[in-house]
Design a protein around this ligand. Structure first.
Ligand SMILES: [Zn+2]
Length: 82
């Protein structure tokens, strides 16, 4: 089962495996609510999410699916008065 996240602002569409989203997101309570904003528009306003059950033909043709590779934790720095 796949989830398709589409931004109606820039028409960018990205497919994810639902199982990957379940793994990565702590909560996945509302499957129709996009978990993050569009990487291009930087807004969640135009994002839509829908289920997609890829057909055998789709899978055979090879569709691009975005998958998690590794988690990155970042340090945040700030200036402080001594
Ligand atoms: Zn966009």
């Amino acid at each position: 089962m796949m989830m398709v996240m589409r931004c109606n602002g820039c028409r960018r569409e990205v497919r994810y495996w639902a199982a990957d989203l379940l793994k990565v997101l702590d909560f996945f309570h509302e499957a129709h609510v996009p978990p993050w904003p569009c990487s291009r528009c930087r807004t969640i306003e135009f994002m839509t999410m829908r289920w997609l059950l890829p057909s055998a033909a789709d899978l055979q043709a090879g569709i691009i699916v975005r998958r998690p590779v590794r988690q990155v934790t970042k340090w945040v720095w700030q200036n402080e008065k001594t």
